[in-house]
Each structure stands twice: as C-alpha cells, then as structure tokens.
Design a protein around this ligand. Structure first.
Ligand code: ZN
Ligand code: ZN
Length: 205
C-alpha cells in the first residue's frame, strides 16, 4: 500500500477514528449505563467512543470514511453523517461541475470556477479567452476565510471573497455572481451554497 501524504489526500476524506480502550470505559459515555454481559460495549465508527447499544443505534453511510455500507454510529455522529451524506450526494457534484463568476472584476470575462474533480484538492479557474492569464488554482486546505458578499440592494448574495495562503503570503480572490443569463446566475448561487458547505465541513470540526 502506498502512503498518501497529507498534502495529496482528498481533503473531504477522514482517517478512521482511534478506538478508545474498552477497559477505560466501564460505563456508556452518553447514558452512563454500566456495561455487563447483557449490556455490551459498542464503538461508534465515526468518533471511536464507547456506548451502550441503545446510545449507538444509528446505521448510516460514512462517505468521508469510505465505508461502502451503513455502519453503527452514536446519535451525535448520526447528525453529522446526515450532513456529510447530503454534501457528498449533492453539493460535491455542484462544486465539481463548476459555475461562472466574474473573478476579481475581470468584466466582461467570465471564469468557470470548479473543484478539480479527481483529487478534489483545488479550485480551478477556467477562462474562455485563452490569451488571458488564468487565475492560479486555490488549494482548498489553504483557504483561511470565505466571506459572502451581500448585494447592494440587500436582495441576496452577490459574491464570495476567499482569502487563502500562497507560499506564506495572504492572497484573496473575489468571485462575483454573473448577472445573466438567469440559468448561469442560478448555477453561480447554487455553487456558492455548496462552497459554504464545503468550507464548513473542512474547517468547523
Ligand atoms: Zn448509553
Ligand atoms: Zn460518534
């Protein structure tokens, strides 16, 4: 097996949790019921903590841990897993499909912004005008902040400012939602929602 370094790993995948030692936990960490022959220990597959059967009675898919079939998790992890499943089933595809934005006031040029679909590590900016220098890719894990910009008339969102680190320098890229046509505008807004979900998943653990 080839070890994949942290920098090459898909940022949405997680390592399997460390399972806590049985002997250290005579009681369920949630309801405090003492374990015995009829009340056995169960490890949550997502957090690795030890629960009684009742407190660890949720069967869910864990796409971030690459489990193919549903596995047993605790209640807290079942809520997280639900959000993760929604992200993998819906938002990740939106990010990889990409959407059009005006990048750093590059008007009238439009860039197709998308998550690189294979490694899912970086955002790519493709410009229809080949002569024009394309914006450098932004590595997802180097993003420091993602701030939505409200439109002038407060009718919704008009863009996103991503701050990221590039060789120890702080850089930023401004993505403005395209005003028209309607379908591109809608796609851009949907992409921004997906991007927010991705950032939340990666940085608010
Ligand atoms: Zn319990
Ligand atoms: Zn858990």
């Amino acid at each position: 097996m080839v070890a994949v370094s942290e920098s090459e790993r898909c940022p949405f995948l997680l390592e399997e949790p460390h399972w806590v030692e049985d002997a250290q936990f005579p009681n369920c960490v949630k309801c405090n019921r003492r374990f015995d022959f009829s009340h056995r220990r169960h490890h949550c597959r997502r957090c690795g903590k030890i629960f009684c059967g009742k407190c660890c009675d949720y069967n869910v898919m864990l796409p971030r841990l690459s489990f193919v079939d549903p596995v047993r998790v605790c209640e807290e992890c079942s809520h997280i897993a639900k959000r993760e499943e929604e992200f993998f089933g819906r938002h990740l595809k939106t990010l990889c499909d990409g959407a059009y934005f005006i990048v750093d006031e590059s008007e009238p040029l439009r860039f197709l912004c998308k998550l690189e679909h294979h490694s899912q590590r970086e955002l790519l900016f493709e410009c229809s005008d080949q002569d024009r220098a394309v914006h450098e890719p932004v590595i997802l894990m180097k993003i420091v902040s993602a701030q939505l910009v409200a439109s002038g008339d407060n009718s919704g969102v008009s863009g996103l400012i991503l701050k990221y680190k590039q060789q120890d320098e702080m850089e930023e890229v401004r993505l403005a939602v395209v005003p028209s046509p309607a379908e591109h505008r809608k796609q851009s807004l949907t992409w921004l929602v997906a991007m927010q979900k991705a950032i939340k998943m990666l940085f608010e653990v």
